[in-house]
Design a protein around this ligand. Sequence first.
Ligand code: HEC
Ligand code: HEC
Length: 446
Amino acid sequence: MAATLTSPLRRPRRSQICIGLTCVTLTCIGAAGCAPVTAPARAQVVEVEAIDPAPSAAPAQPAAREKVMLGEPSLTAGVPGSGPITLAEIDAWLADPKNFVELDPVLPLGLSQGAAQITGLDKNPLTRAKIELGRQLYFDKRLSADATVSCASCHDPSMGYSAHTKTGVGIRGQLGGRNSPVSFNRILTGVQFWDGRADSLEAQAVGPIQNPIEMGFTHEGVVKRLGELPVYKKQFDKIFGGLTIDRVGQAIAAFERAIVTSPSPYDYYEQMKAFAGLDAEDIADDPDLAKRYADAKAAVEAHPMSEEAKRGREIFFTEKGNCTACHVGANLADEKFHNIGVGMEAEKPDLGRVAISKDPKDTGAFKTPTVRNVALTAPYMHDGSIATLEEVVEWYDKGGHANPQLSDKIRPLKLSAQDKSDLVAFMQACTSPTPPVQAERLPADQ
Ligand code: HEC
Ligand code: HEC
């Protein structure tokens, strides 16, 4: 488990710095040896991480467990080959013991500070075989009644794992009532949906299949159809010991947990900032640390944050913008529910969380979405009512929309035009690639 550098440093005699999977202890020489980091307005925990996972020597025998950095392309590359996946290919895939080794996922820089937030692996361990089965199911339109809609129709990798429509568009072009949220970085999240009505990713994944305006099928129907496709049948039998709707959910959840955002310019900037508290001589004295410092510096130079984005970061993380009152933590989302007034002007507003919690305080409250890759996922909000990030910032600047349950964290911000564009620039600096995913290769019809 990676240790962290907290800022301001409490003048430790020794500080431990963990990068990737290894830690070094740095001894501070003299009182000035470990100068305190310039404290940001809100004390944060910053972690120094390697840019690339340290490649471990391949064991002669497949290990009982495999440590793997999420985002590693081989996890989502699909069964080797081209065209529809054949029975012979799947037999070879399932015969390879390495695809059944339990994975210990390591999070990439930035998300790694949220390692303690990882949920669901005890009940649904990750293996390469399970992630691959989930990948096939995620992109397979045969999971919908008329075989026209897949999960990817509304959570499309080319649209930041969401859809550029105001609300979800299901079978026969039916419109849902809410905007499609993102399906990445789910490994760090608990309850799902804007109102949190699904307890887990597994429970969430089987919902759309029988939602009449999404995939419009039944659980019985989908289990029967998949059971008639030998490539699926083989995989469910070998991976789970049989095919049930719950296992469909488990496989899809495993795939979603493998989809994470890689480090963004913001993360490289934070990584570099963590070194600011260390003395140059101490860095130079420790070859290992010196190498990491050089790597962090190179990364920040290759993925720079603009001056606008740096100023925007200050607004985002301080009282001035107050964004981190809710968009906080590794995924820049607190996983809680807040009323910021969106849609509350309607005659019959969508009341959100209260329908689940029955707590009147939750009237008009929705789950805080991530700001990671938000530049890729317009339109915004649970109802898709805001078209651009500029307009989102205007929304916050005017203090949301007044209503009796408006969060006390929402108030007029009085930002200047420059502040507003800086905030947008900061959010844009939170953009980074998700892993390359094989979206075409699906099980053959027979
Ligand atoms: C017709 C469009 C559509 C399809 C198809 C669809 N979704 Fe969704 N998805 C949505 C919408 C809209 C929501 C938000 C609904 C709500 O909160 O009430 C959502 C919510 C989610 C969430 C919750 C995210 C969060 O932040 O809480 C996940 C995860 C997800 N979908 C994954 C999937 C998977 C997996 C499938 C395929 C089995 C799928 N979706 C199929 C539109 C769709
Ligand atoms: C009180 C908690 C809270 C605060 C403070 C807050 N947000 Fe939000 N944010 C939310 C919630 C909740 C939503 C979704 C609201 C809805 O759809 O009804 C949201 C939505 C968003 C979205 C749209 C994301 C999407 O995928 O649709 C962006 C962008 C955003 N916030 C940025 C910011 C910025 C920038 C600030 C600071 C100026 C900020 N937020 C302050 C809770 C908050």
